[in-house]
Design a protein around this ligand. Structure first.
Ligand SMILES: NC(=O)c1ccc[n+]([C@@H]2O[C@H](COP(=O)([O-])OP(=O)(O)OC[C@H]3O[C@@H](n4cnc5c(N)ncnc54)[C@H](OP(=O)(O)O)[C@@H]3O)[C@@H](O)[C@H]2O)c1
Length: 356
């Protein structure tokens, strides 16, 4: 059963249509994203099927720009770090394992900085943000890539903060990180890129589970597909809301799906390659990391319009299932996320301290 879920999990970015047909699922895809702030960029053809990351925005210089990539020690994050370093950026990577981060940073370049960051701990995120501010001060952050992630919750992975693990590592940790780094992002008129997934379409095990907030934050340790899908769906909504809120501050936000990519995340499941077969399949499949990271680098360097960008076959895009959610609910989701991340408590605590 687990293998089935994982096979579904990695059907890539735009395979939802064919997957839905295969599963006999008649849910309608919500095309709201074509006209709303999370646009699906239907007409975008920014890359070819086998494009290599080196060729995206090759003429863009990042000299003097600071780029921070979570999960930059391996997989897609490492490939992205390599591509942006090659364009002259000051690159900062984070990883769960400090030792792996230091090793990866050394292989990228002597001036690449590595930090330990545990996205599964709110305190861990705060500690990292503090360290970052100490080291970089007021220097603007030009590109934040929320890339780190885990695929599923094998057992009962509840974080130290009491949240379901995938939700916190993939979504809430990145949400808090982005909030804490927002002053630096505003200084840099920066970009936020959330590495999401087309599996956002599988965020619900019951129809329209996001028509209200009753299933958030998730409490059940359910099938991998919904844990992962929900965390990625939230990342897409997060980028959409940020794009709107931060436009006047010069910050742009994007969400991307790299497709099915051969990494440590997918490698343990050879059956995933079954999704590479058939008329709706991604091609080539799976991508190498340097093909998969094309879309992240595209959002970092080239894309002008904030939105939802997907790497599938070429660089086409589809729509995201809304699961009963509406755009008008996004500001509330944002405020709730601030509460879940402990930001509102901290704010009201410091307000009452300053009043006393
Ligand atoms: N591969 C695909 O087919 C695919 C498809 C769609 C979307 N994505 C998304 O792409 C992103 C990168 O995935 P990948 O395939 O490159 O995976 P990967 O090779 O497994 O890399 C995952 C990264 O996340 C870090 N990480 C894991 N748990 C963490 C935690 N609690 N706190 C902080 N960092 C943590 C890891 O650090 P350590 O090395 O220290 O453990 C590692 O750097 C993920 O968000 C994934 O969901 C991947």
């Amino acid at each position: 059963m687990r293998k089935f879920y994982l096979a579904v999990l990695y059907t890539g970015c735009a395979a939802w249509g064919s997957l839905a047909v295969r599963l006999g699922d008649e849910r309608k895809l919500d095309n709201r994203f074509s006209s709303g702030t999370v646009r699906s960029n239907e007409s975008w053809d920014g890359c070819t099927a086998d494009q290599h990351v080196d060729t995206i925005g090759a003429d863009v210089s990042l000299k003097g720009k600071v780029v921070l990539i979570t999960g930059g020690d391996k997989g897609l994050g490492f490939s992205t770090a390599q591509a942006l370093y090659a364009r002259g950026a000051t690159v900062v990577i984070t990883s769960l394992s400090k030792a792996k981060g230091v090793l990866a940073a050394g292989s990228l370049g002597a001036d690449v900085k590595a930090y330990h960051l545990d996205l599964g701990s709110l305190k861990g995120v705060r500690d990292f943000a503090e360290e970052y501010h100490k080291d970089f001060g007021e220097v603007g952050l030009d590109i934040l890539i929320n890339n780190a992630g885990i695929s599923g919750n094998d057992g009962d992975f509840t974080t130290v903060d009491g949240y379901e693990g995938v939700f916190q590592v993939n979504y809430l940790g990145h949400f808090l990180l982005t909030e804490l780094l927002m002053p630096a992002l505003r200084n840099g008129h920066g970009r936020v890129i959330n590495v999401a997934s087309g599996m956002a379409n599988m965020a619900c095990s019951k129809a329209d589970c996001l028509k209200d907030f009753s299933s958030l934050p998730p409490v059940e340790v359910g099938p991998d597909q919904t844990q992962y899908g929900l965390s990625k769906w939230l990342m897409i909504q997060h980028a959409a809301e940020l794009a709107e809120r931060e436009a006047s501050n010069g910050v742009k936000a994007f969400s991307v799906c790299p497709g099915l990519v051969d990494t440590d995340m997918t490698r343990p499941y050879p059956s995933l390659k079954k999704s590479c077969v058939g008329p709706g399949a991604q091609s080539p499949c799976p991508y190498t990391v340097d093909q998969g990271s094309v879309i992240t680098v595209y959002a970092a360097l080239v894309a002008d319009q904030p939105g939802w960008y997907r790497r599938w076959k070429q660089c086409t895009a589809g729509a995201v299932e809304m699961h009963g959610f509406t755009e008008s609910m996004r500001p509330e989701l944002y405020q709730k996320s601030r509460t879940w991340a402990g930001l509102l408590q901290v704010q009201s605590q410091s307000q009452s301290e300053s009043q006393s």
